[in-house]
Design a protein. Sequence first.
Length: 218
Amino acid sequence: MPGPAARTIIEPVLSRFLGSYPSVTLEIVIDSALTDIVRNRFDAGIRPGHRVEQDMIALRVGEDAQPTVVASPDYLRRHGTPKEPGDLGSHNCSRMRFASGALQRWHFEKRGKSIEVDVRGSLIVGDSGLAVRAALDGLALARVPLHAVRDHLAAKRLTAVLEDWKPRSVGFYLYYPSRRQMPAALQAFIATLKAEMSGRRSNELSGQRAMPTRRSGT
């Protein structure tokens, strides 16, 4: 699974799952490459929905990385704020190299229009944490998972740009072969993930009901 899936989907259930099933050994491999889970003898994988093969059984287990383009206020003062993806050609952008060796293209969507941009920049990384650091230091724009910069955005250390060009969420899916008998341990792990998702939805609904409403004056 990619790193964002491990942090947002697996971390919250680790203690519950291993505490409930102490005889199970859980091995997690963090890898953004399109690994063949059958050939490499994995029980299951997690990846964005559009990257799951059609012959797999897939279960949505969370939101995707919600990629967000950010920069420091200082960078934007010095170089200006891009208003549309085409403006990125004049900006220094941190680029991500996948395990396959390919460089990440920045994908954007707006009102049904989709565009991919081959950005340029002086920094190429294999970890989003380094891209965030470069953005905080005012060196470059970064396209990173929202969870990696949420606190920095709230503290105004970083500013999100091109917000109206955000791609739609495709979701993370746990997937496994349809032609293989599911191991009991995997069944238990999926049940734990489903319980976590159900709890999150219940909390979200409770929070919505608890929000105060303003009555209009008469």
